[in-house]
Design a protein around this ligand. Structure first.
Ligand code: GEK
Length: 245
């Protein structure tokens, strides 16, 4: 078994042609390093997702981690959920991610049952859910399909159930957008990424990661029917929302 704890050098060398970003084996091998050095507040969001799940998980219900990657949020939830009869369902459609996620979760001793599925989250039926996590995943779904995905989540949540939605955001105001993007670039540079790595990754993500504004997220969640909506975490151009049914 490889260690998968490598340093992210995916965009370190000049590439002749930059293709769209994919969650393949190369990315899976360095993913923990990549996301920690790219998303300000990632570790805080992950550990507090465990705390939120502990508060809101209901006995005999399902908790979903949609776009689970290597299962960081699943692991955080499984460590804190005490309620009996809970099952965590972790879903990702990238085979390399799912394989490694299964290995990592097997290594831990998880009290709630954990099931890892390789599937498109748009095809997963959400059932008897008390907690649904969409951690930096909605941004990879085609914008026109986002409302439908959230409707399915809302329909499958129990009353009082929660959706934790974490996203990279953009801004309607150009000056604010530039300010936040520059801060994010400074964050990545401070974490050891070169100008070349930052610009090549940006190009690779251009058609793949399409961020919404915070207002678009809030409006969509309200339209879907969520009764309560809090921004519980925000750092530069990254937010996490707590939506309650
Ligand atoms: C974490 N939540 O560490 N169906 C299933 N999975 C998908 C789909 C889809 N349609 N589209 C994208 N993904 C994780 C981090 S990463 C965020 C999430 C990032 C998956 C994709 O394969 C990848 O593993 C994940 O969503 C996004 O808390 O890398 O910026």
């Amino acid at each position: 078994m490889s260690t998968y704890s490598g340093k992210d050098r995916v965009f370190a060398d000049p590439k002749g042609m930059i293709v769209d970003f994919a969650f393949d084996e190369t990315v899976a091998q360095v993913f923990p390093d990549m996301i920690r050095r790219s998303v300000p507040g990632y570790e805080t969001i992950i550990s507090l997702t465990g705390l939120l799940a502990e508060q809101y998980a209901r006995p005999d219900s399902n908790c979903y981690d949609l776009g689970c990657s290597l299962g960081a949020a699943t692991l955080a939830m499984s460590r804190r959920i005490q309620q009996p009869g809970c099952c965590i369902i972790a879903v990702d459609n990238a085979e390399a991610m799912v394989c490694r996620c299964r290995e990592l979760l097997q290594a831990g001793d998880s009290h709630p049952e954990v099931e890892v599925r390789c599937a498109n989250i748009q095809d997963v039926s959400i059932e008897t859910a008390s907690v649904v996590v969409l951690n930096f995943t909605l941004q990879f779904i085609e914008p026109v399909a986002r409302a439908e995905l959230l409707q399915g989540i809302y329909a499958g949540l129990l009353p009082g159930g929660i959706l934790i939605l974490s996203e990279k955001i953009t801004f309607a105001d150009e000056a604010e957008r530039t300010r936040m993007e520059n801060l994010h670039i400074a964050f990545k540079k401070a974490n050891g990424y070169s100008d070349l790595e930052i610009s090549q990754k940006r190009t690779a993500l251009e058609n793949v990661l399409v961020p919404d504004t915070l207002e678009q997220h809030q409006k969509r969640l309200q339209q879907v029917g969520f009764s309560s909506l809090d921004v519980w975490f925000r750092c530069m151009n990254f937010v996490s929302l707590l939506a309650i049914k």
